[in-house]
Design a protein around this ligand. Structure first.
Ligand code: NAI
Length: 253
């Protein structure tokens, strides 16, 4: 029988406190996994012993090491890592401020590199395989105006996905990426406001423009992305590695 069963698997979801990450956390729980929710802060915490909240900045090496130790102390092992934490900053390319560039690259690219390295070390010691899933973006494959640093960081995520997939394959660790299109989260709402201001359009006009570009006729809800992440965390993706899967309602093909 086909079931997305993750019973007993231990997953780390970065940026798990909101948006897409939160949907992934709940999808994993529904499949029987135990989940470490990693984020800068938490506006709500569900009381459930299958959930372990760890306040961590993914761009900080020391905090990641401490987070990994505490997850091992609490759950005893790690099987799945979802590198989902991300930020976006917006400006015309020629105007990007160095501090915004650095911050975007630190969280979106360096965070993936640091967390992957720390978790891969544990997965190799356990010698029972594992799944690493990176949340890139269709901005990891295409250019979008006003999103220079974000686009660069998400291309970097796809690059790391391919190299880590090659190097970890012999340890039966699959490394894949999901490239979402437009997903209704706080990040998207902020982007519409700032992008609108820069382009002299209101957020509503940007939303209409967004919808018009999507063949399936609607923007994504976080659960649309979580569905694909669950597949990549399950045994049904055992023969896939190094891929960047578009989940865009057809906007990117
Ligand atoms: P969101 O803003 O709703 O959630 C992002 C989460 O990451 C927040 O809880 C935030 O606190 C956390 N975070 C930010 N910096 C962090 C850090 N240094 N350490 C730990 N946690 C940190 O955003 P959303 O939309 O759920 O984004 C999730 C991922 O999906 C991001 O990587 C984003 O780039 C990607 N994505 C989002 C799309 C969208 O349309 N919303 C489209 C394509 C990709």
């Amino acid at each position: 029988m086909y079931t997305m069963d993750l019973t007993g698997k231990v997953a780390i979801v970065t940026g798990g406190g909101n948006g897409i990450g939160k949907a992934i956390v709940h999808a994993f729980l529904d499949c029987g996994a135990l989940v470490a929710v990693v984020d800068l802060s938490f506006n709500e915490m569900t009381s459930d012993e299958r959930l372990f909240y760890v306040q961590t900045d993914v761009s900080n090496h020391e905090q990641i090491d401490t987070m990994i130790e505490s997850v091992i102390d609490y759950f005893g092992r790690i099987d799945i890592l979802v590198n989902n934490a991300g930020i976006s900053t917006m400006d015309y390319f020629v105007d990007i401020k160095e501090k915004d560039w650095d911050k975007t690259m630190d969280v979106n690219a360096k965070g993936v590199y640091l967390c992957t390295q720390a978790v891969a070390k544990i997965l190799k010691q356990q010698a029972s395989g594992g799944k690493i899933i990176n949340i890139s973006s269709q901005a990891g494959k295409n250019g979008y105006r006003l999103m220079g640093s974000y686009v660069a960081s998400k291309h970097a995520v796809l690059g790391m996905t391919k190299v880590a997939a090659l190097e970890l394959a012999k340890h039966k660790i699959n490394v894949n990426a999901v490239c979402p299109g437009i997903v209704e989260t706080n990040m998207k709402r902020t982007e519409r406001t700032i992008g609108g201001e820069l382009r002299g359009l209101d957020a509503e006009a940007i939303e209409t423009e967004d919808n018009a570009q999507i063949p399936l006729g609607r923007t994504a809800v976080p659960g649309d992305i979580a569905n694909v992440v669950v597949f990549l965390a399950s045994k049904y993706s055992d023969y896939m590695t190094g891929q960047g899967i578009n989940v865009t309602g057809g906007m990117t093909m």
